[in-house]
Write a protein that binds this ligand. Structure first.
Ligand SMILES: Nc1ncnc2c1ncn2[C@@H]1O[C@H](COP(=O)(O)OP(=O)(O)OP(=O)(O)O)[C@@H](O)[C@H]1O
Length: 370
């Protein structure tokens, strides 16, 4: 557990960059610091590993005052990931990842074994090890950055805008992988972002900071969306917060049977305007318009793939999105990837309007939303 107790940082005579911040980042959770530019997020983060020294206040790591731990040791013990990864350009991926274990005194063989292990963990196959950072995409570089932070098996990782320099699709993949890794490894993570969507997706708890490094609200994503403390927070979490809050709400929505057609097979006689094609394992492949298929087999050229798929028991947001994004208006619901039925937007809305959805929990948004 990381505890910031009344921490203030003042650069010279300027107004405080961080003002009397008290915050607890719980063990095994992702705590996100979010807020507008210049509100003191990076300063707060860097005070945790003593890259920046607080002007006053205390920071405790598992009960121990960090000012009593040598700064160099603290920085080696705490993983750190930054925007653009900050890799050493003249070292291979493998050697970048081996750096901290080697600094921590590990032998070469052990550090290399561990480096290969964590590279695999972040989804970079073995042949990436010998490449140089310039030979990787931005998203791959960030993965190496995460692998490097994980290499010496730290109990705490600090991440400063780790995914903001990569394109939105790569960012989603990186976020999903971070959630998976964190749930597997139980690492305590403190992450800085200016992106409220990222904060809500990744954070178990989210601290919203305002100018001057003042804590505006510290709560679960669901609570921030449902009960913003003031106008600043309400404004910051944005206009879509009612919709976003559905990510945390689950309820029974009527599931309609769907009679799919087999991908790769002739269609036979069907009259409906839209039909769902599934593979041999009942996995949805896409929607088809029977008139476009004619008498031949259903092939990839006939698929209208638009539409998200919701997991059975998924959030109201995922169910509504599946229905709204489906060309047929029927939202596809799956269990372990296989079709179980479809939902209608109107019926999801009725459930929402009747308020029969249970109250917001403090869970992450479920995977169907990601
Ligand atoms: N080394 C420094 N010397 C003087 N002022 C600084 C220094 N570092 C940061 N500041 C000031 O402290 C305030 C907080 O900066 P900080 O980088 O922590 O904010 P931030 O929320 O991370 O911003 P951003 O999202 O733009 O990165 C800003 O007003 C900044 O100008």
């Amino acid at each position: 557990m990381i505890l910031l107790e009344g921490v203030t940082k003042q650069y010279g005579d300027a107004a405080p960059a961080v003002d009397n911040l008290t915050l607890e980042a719980r063990t095994g959770e992702i705590t996100v610091l979010v807020g507008p530019s210049g509100c003191g997020k990076t300063t707060s983060l860097r005070m945790i590993n003593r890259m920046i020294e607080p002007t006053s206040g205390r920071i405790l790591l598992d009960g121990k005052d960090t000012s009593q731990v040598p700064a160099a040791k603290l920085r080696r013990d705490i993983g750190y990931v930054i925007q653009h990864a900050g890799l050493f350009p003249h070292r291979t991926v493998l050697h970048n990842v081996m750096t901290v274990p080697r600094l921590n005194g590990w032998g070469r063989a052990r550090a290399e074994t561990r480096a290969r292990e964590v590279l695999e963990l972040v989804g970079l196959p073995g042949d990436f090890a010998a490449r140089y950072p310039a030979q990787l995409s931005g998203g791959q570089q960030q993965r190496v950055g995460v692998a490097r932070a994980l290499a010496s098996d730290p109990s705490v990782i600090l991440m400063d805008e780790p995914f903001s320099a990569v394109d939105p699709i790569a960012r989603e993949g990186l976020q999903d992988d971070l959630l998976r890794l964190q749930s597997e490894l139980g690492t305590t993570i403190v992450l800085v972002t200016h992106d409220i969507d990222e904060a809500i997706k990744l954070g178990n708890r989210v601290a919203v900071l305002r100018q001057g490094g003042v804590l505006a609200q510290f709560s679960t994503p669901a609570d921030l969306l449902a009960h913003p403390a003031d106008d600043f927070v309400a404004d910051f979490v944005g206009r879509d917060r009612g919709y976003r809050a559905l990510s945390f709400q689950h309820a029974d929505v009527p599931l309609h049977p769907e009679e799919p057609v087999a991908f790769g097979q002739p269609l036979g006689h069907r009259e409906e305007p839209w039909l769902l094609a599934v593979d041999a394992d009942s996995r949805p492949q896409g929607w088809i318009i029977p008139a476009e298929v004619g008498t031949g087999s259903i092939g990839p050229e006939h698929l209208h793939r638009a539409g998200t798929v919701a997991a059975e028991g998924g959030s109201l947001r995922s169910l509504l999105d599946a229905a709204l994004s489906s060309p047929s208006g029927r939202g596809v619901v799956v269990r372990d990837g296989a079709l179980v039925g479809t939902v209608r937007a109107q019926e999801v809305l009725t459930v929402i309007q009747n308020g029969s959805a249970p109250g917001a929990g403090d869970q992450h948004a479920d995977t169907a939303d990601r």
